[in-house]
Design a protein around this ligand. Structure first.
Ligand SMILES: NC(=O)c1ccc[n+]([C@@H]2O[C@H](COP(=O)([O-])OP(=O)(O)OC[C@H]3O[C@@H](n4cnc5c(N)ncnc54)[C@H](O)[C@@H]3O)[C@@H](O)[C@H]2O)c1
Length: 421
């Protein structure tokens, strides 16, 4: 009996112990599971924190750059006049990313108009108009005028065409298409929307002139099959098209015969006299003169031209008008003047004369003076100094940015045009 009781007592104790042990094991298990879970969480949180930190390290500088860009976008447009709805015009500039077109865009924007620039960037570049990109009055369209264009505008300044011999001779057929089909397309647009069109024609329509200075009633002396014919004849037929549309369709046209123009944003490697001489003088190379240097040229500063174009567009003069500076200089005089202004020690080198190089070129601007009240006002030296400054900055920019010129114009050998343009 006693033994039985002892066994019962021991088993009783064991049972309790067992329960206790099981309870302890359970608690230990739960605690260890909880510990592992907590450990994993903290590891995960640590990992997440590390990833977040890494992402932040990458994003922070980008965020700063975006902030800088936002600041630069919100501000620095040149000041623009306010024009009432009645006076504000919707103006299209074809070739508006080029040298003359971009200065014209500046003027029209600052006068308070809505400006659309259309350009295929053959010789133009975005940099010329980048200071307007994003402005509510400005639009830039990448388009070739050889294709039709459908937009609503009040005025069209039709400037699209390569303008310097190396550029227009690079692809003569394209030059012809731009000046013929391109002009037809723009005249068609002017007719459809009732816009007035101004054609940027050229003194080259006078060819190698037999009369001097050239007035608008001179018909010209052009070789129709020479190397410059694609441009000269292209512009002549563009003028013909303007007057056909005026007579047949009642389109309002204005024709500016532009003489040699220079200024900032002109192409540095276009082989024209001013750009050649400035570049050569800045780089310490010989200034190359084709022929004897006795050929004459007259150069106008780009702001004078732009004022003349706007005056002509808003006038009631529908016949062609010369826009140029009649101050005539020999090529040799230009070479010496630029050499002095740059302060260069470059030599002057005489090379063989080019084919169809006009001997004299000087505008008769009496018509522009009388009918538009327009006269060039920027003195030659002042214009040259501004252009020299621009060329200097561009050379610096190119050196700092390892600028690689666009492939097409790059084919033109720097400063080695065979023309005194
Ligand atoms: N600068 C001068 O001394 C001068 C003299 C006489 C006439 N012009 C005339 O003035 C106009 C502008 O000359 P610039 O000196 O500014 O030349 P530029 O080469 O700087 O500008 C011409 C612009 O037209 C664009 N273009 C060319 N073909 C085009 C096409 N098919 N479609 C759309 N865009 C096209 C070019 O990309 C460029 O932006 C030209 O029509 C030129 O014939 C200029």
């Amino acid at each position: 009996m006693m033994k039985k009781r002892m066994v019962w007592l021991i088993t009783g104790i064991n049972r309790r112990m067992m329960k206790l042990l099981i309870a302890l094991a359970l608690i230990a298990y739960v605690a260890s599971v909880w510990g592992t879970y907590a450990n994993m969480r903290s590891l995960q949180e640590n990992g997440e924190l590390k990833i977040e930190k890494k992402i932040e390290e990458v994003i922070a500088p980008l965020r700063e750059k975006i902030r800088d860009l936002e600041v630069s976008f919100t501000q620095k447009y040149p000041p623009v006049k306010f024009l009432s709805e009645k006076d504000r015009k919707r103006i299209l500039i074809t070739g508006g990313a080029g040298f003359v077109g971009s200065h014209l865009a500046d003027k029209l924007m600052m006068d308070g108009h809505e400006v659309t620039v259309v350009d295929n960037f053959f010789t133009g570049r975005k940099r010329n108009v980048e200071h307007w990109i994003g402005h509510e009055n400005f639009e830039l369209i990448n388009h070739d005028v050889v294709e039709p264009l459908y937009i609503e505008v009040d005025q069209i300044y039709h400037l699209a065409s390569p303008a310097s011999p190396p550029n227009y001779m690079y692809n003569p057929i394209k030059t012809l298409k731009t000046n013929t089909i391109g002009t037809l397309n723009m005249l068609g647009l002017a007719k459809r929307v009732g816009a007035r069109l101004l054609l940027a024609s050229t003194s080259e329509v006078y060819g190698d002139p037999e009369v001097h200075p050239q007035s608008e009633d001179y018909w010209g002396h052009v070789n129709p099959i020479g190397p410059r014919a694609c441009y000269d004849e292209g512009k002549r037929v563009a003028e013909t098209m303007c007057y056909a549309y005026m007579k047949q369709e009642g389109v309002e046209v204005r024709v500016a015969r532009i003489f040699n123009t220079f200024g900032p944003r002109m192409h540095m490697n276009d082989g024209r006299v001013v750009s050649n001489f400035i570049l050569q003088a800045l780089q310490g190379e010989a200034l190359t003169v084709y022929g004897t240097g006795s050929q004459t040229r007259a150069f106008q500063y780009v702001s004078d031209l732009v004022n003349g174009l706007v005056a002509l567009m808003n006038s009631n003069v529908s016949s062609p008008v010369n826009l140029g500076n009649p101050e005539e200089h020999t090529i040799l005089e230009f070479a010496k003047l630029i050499k002095n202004l740059v302060g260069s020690r470059s030599q002057i080198q005489f090379l063989q004369e080019a084919q169809d190089d006009p001997q004299r070129r000087k505008p008769d601007i009496r018509k522009a003076k009388m009918l538009l009240g327009w006269d060039p006002v920027v003195p030659l030296e002042e214009g040259l100094n501004k252009t020299i400054h621009y060329f200097g900055r561009e050379l610096e920019y190119q050196a700092n940015n390892q600028y690689i010129p666009k492939p097409k114009p790059a084919r033109i050998k720097k400063g080695r045009s065979r023309h005194n343009l």
